[in-house]
Design a protein around this ligand. Structure first.
Ligand code: 5GP
Length: 120
């Protein structure tokens, strides 16, 4: 079962502007900012504006408009950053075994170097 959404999670605070973030993109559905501990030359986090704990929660509860808006935003951010030709990787951790740390859905965009094979 998905945990209830915690309004005090760090990404909720970033969305409310209570914690600063290095904004990359924003629209009606999504907010994107640079990861504080980048694991690649480009490491952007994209979060929906709605209150969803994870990809599981989002895919189950979000409206088609929210899902469409968010997915298009992720693609647009990568496209407008010029990442399509060199290539990039998307990743979303869900739950304990994934190591998900922040309980507000976030999609990682990694790019800027050859990313190698996924090991898991
Ligand atoms: P997860 O492990 O939950 O998939 O990813 C959480 C990500 O959020 C990590 O890559 C971590 O570096 C990043 N992060 C955690 N706290 C903050 C913060 O306060 N600001 C920013 N910009 N990134 C954060």
């Amino acid at each position: 079962a998905t945990l209830p959404y915690d309004d005090d999670n760090v990404f909720a605070k970033i969305l409310r502007g209570e914690i600063p973030s290095d904004k990359v993109y924003e629209d009606e559905w999504a907010y994107a900012f640079n990861d504080i501990a980048p694991q690649a030359p480009t490491h952007v986090l994209v979060i929906p504006k709605g209150k969803y704990v994870s990809w599981d929660d989002f895919s189950a509860r979000a409206s088609d408009a929210e899902i469409g808006g968010f997915v298009r935003a992720v693609g647009k951010i990568a496209r407008e950053a010029g990442l399509v030709e060199p290539g990039y990787r998307l990743l979303a951790n869900v739950g304990a075994d994934s190591g998900q740390e922040v309980p507000h859905l976030h999609v990682h965009i990694f790019a800027g170097r050859p990313l190698g094979r996924m090991v898991a």
